[in-house]
Design a protein around this ligand. Structure first.
Ligand code: ADP
Length: 543
């Protein structure tokens, strides 16, 4: 029997319409590429999104066409989030931190018809332009006065907006239509496209608003320190519109000073970013003891993208009284997979015990199912100890990559293999031990490189650490610890090993410690361990 309920489609346009109607005066504060701060509200954002949608229709863009952006966290980029998807096209947010030939590859692979870009990327676009096969329209995201030299034949964003009015009934279509496209940075092989739908995006936003999710509400003022080109900024533009949260967009500036100033000036209650952003932020606070930290109102800080070391969680608590919510996910999971909120039975735990739980990757909340399996895809127990391959499924998890790249990615029961190794406990807390390719196999047992790195960065002289497994004649593999020391710190390998000896099992202790100037990162801030393994492939342990 078919139900008798309305089948209103879950479309991204309904989010911005809702915000404009019910939170018209709530602000979006944007620091643009030229350093100017622009204040808009949801009513104005909706109006400008509608105008840009109409401009795209006038340019001949149709439903399903891909429209690319190379842009920072600004109000114009937000307008494209709603304008492009709202009119039925697909917003392809390109990560500008990728190598230029990767950018060329993905823009051509996506067959992007239009490319919107910030003035910062004028040179990059000038170089890419002759190689783009499908991109016939280039739009500079600025006003006439700031159009870069040499790109006079490109369209100007503010001209497009000025030419249109905002009267628009957003087109209606099925919620399963593609709305946006993000390529995973792919540490091996070519990047692969994850194609989100209107439905997956709206369902994902409900989770971000949920109390056991990220608790985003109209009371929040969110400092968005995760880029709009990184998995849709973890869905926050949509989530904010759904609940009418105030948004603060830092433009290209994610350094500690800029984030501090914006958060203090706007009264931000919440922020989100990868661990390196928070390391930079904490370093800025340490280097400037004169700062008045009472100007910061952070109630919670969401960290994801890489493991949040316990040391960061503790310091954000001590310095700011902020609660860190660690979240785990990936481009293929939109990205929210697990979210680190505690349960009522944890209220009685000591702070130390709570930090230990919050250093895990968080709990399953409704919408994403997780399980761990052995090499034969047999489920393993949820006992908090057994590690296995982490699999996920749910309505905002990818079913395939764009254009079928990578072939079938789901098993017979619909599970997607994340490539992460994890344990799950009875209450659904997931602990990521490693990427499967990074786990260190020593004497038939596994050593978690993430645990070792987290223990090493708790040392006061360590700025950053990476652990890789290297071949060993007796044990198969043994860990090598690479350390970037804090400037001016006097520390040697023996100090660090002594420090670790109190924190990890004896047989986990790295066989050697090497100090390096810096560590290589991917375009999304993750350690590039394949490069490190290549760099240290001829390294021999002393014993
Ligand atoms: P990329 O940024 O390289 O395109 P993703 O953003 O999809 O790729 O990265 C997803 C991966 O990042 C996960 O599979 C996991 O290995 C890692 N990751 C994300 N969040 C966490 C976390 N909180 N703790 C540990 N690892 C994490």
């Amino acid at each position: 029997m078919r139900a008798l309920m309305q089948e209103r489609q879950l479309l991204i346009s309904t989010l911005i319409e809702h915000a404009a109607l019910n939170h018209p005066l709530t602000e979006i504060v944007s620091r643009n590429c030229d350093g100017e701060t622009v204040r808009l509200n949801y009513s104005q954002l909706r109006s400008r999104a509608a105008k840009i949608a109409k401009a795209l229709i006038a340019l001949g863009i149709e439903g399903g066409d891909r429209v690319a952006t190379l842009a920072w966290n600004t109000h114009r980029h937000m307008e494209l989030y709603f304008g492009v998807s709202g009119m039925g096209a697909v917003l392809h947010t390109v990560n500008p931190r990728l190598f230029p030939d990767q950018i060329e590859y993905i823009i051509n692979h996506a067959e992007d018809r239009v490319l919107f870009f910030d003035t910062t990327f004028a040179e990059l676009v000038a170089r890419l332009r002759p190689k783009l096969k499908f991109t016939t329209t280039l739009v500079v995201m600025t006003d006439r006065a700031h159009m870069p030299a040499g790109l006079e034949d490109c369209l100007c964003y503010e001209d497009l907006v000025a030419e249109q009015d905002d009267e628009l009934d957003w087109p209606q279509f099925e919620e399963t239509r593609a709305s946006s496209l993000c390529y995973t940075s792919g540490t091996t092989g070519n990047p692969k496209g994850v194609l989100y739908s209107h439905r997956s995006t709206v369902l994902h936003s409900f989770t971000a608003c949920a109390s056991d999710g990220l608790k985003v509400s109209s009371r929040d003022c969110i400092l968005l320190a995760v880029p709009l080109f990184h998995v849709n900024a973890w869905g926050i533009p949509y989530t904010s519109a759904m609940c009418g949260a105030k948004l603060v967009l830092p433009g290209p500036w994610l350094d500690g000073k800029s984030l501090f100033e914006l958060a203090a000036a706007e009264g931000c209650t919440m922020s989100l970013g990868v661990p390196t952003v928070w390391l930079g932020f904490l370093k800025y606070l340490d280097d400037h003891p004169e700062l008045d930290l009472s100007r910061l109102r952070f109630d919670r800080i969401v960290i994801g993208g890489s493991a949040a070391p316990r040391a960061i969680i503790e310091r954000l608590h001590e310095k700011l009284g902020a609660y860190t919510i660690q979240a785990w996910g990936m481009s293929e999971t939109s990205p929210l997979g697990t979210i680190g909120n505690l349960l009522p039975q944890h209220d009685g735990l000591t702070l130390d015990e709570q930090f230990a739980l919050r250093a895990k990757q968080g709990r399953v909340i409704y919408g994403v199912e997780v399980r761990i399996t052995d090499d034969n895809n047999r489920p393993l127990p949820r006992d908090g100890k057994t590690s296995g391959d982490l699999k996920v499924r749910g309505p905002w998890v990818a079913a395939a990559y764009f254009k079928g790249e990578g072939g079938d990615v789901l098993d017979d029961e619909g599970w997607f293999a994340t490539g992460d190794v994890a344990s799950i406990d009875q209450q659904g807390f997931v602990q990521i031990t490693d990427r499967s390719k990074d786990v260190i196999k020593s004497g038939g047992e596994w050593i978690s490189s993430i645990d070792l790195e987290n223990a090493a960065v708790a040392h006061p002289a360590v700025q950053e650490a990476a652990v890789i497994g290297l071949p060993h004649p007796k044990w198969q593999e043994r860990p090598l610890l690479l350390v970037v020391a804090k400037p001016g710190a006097a520390v040697d390998g023996a100090d660090i090993l002594a420090f670790l000896a109190d924190r990890v099992a004896r047989w986990w202790l790295p066989d050697d410690v090497v100090f390096v100037e810096e560590l290589p990162h991917t375009a999304t801030g993750k350690l590039q361990k394949n490069r490190l393994r290549e760099q240290f492939k001829d390294f021999t342990f002393k014993h």
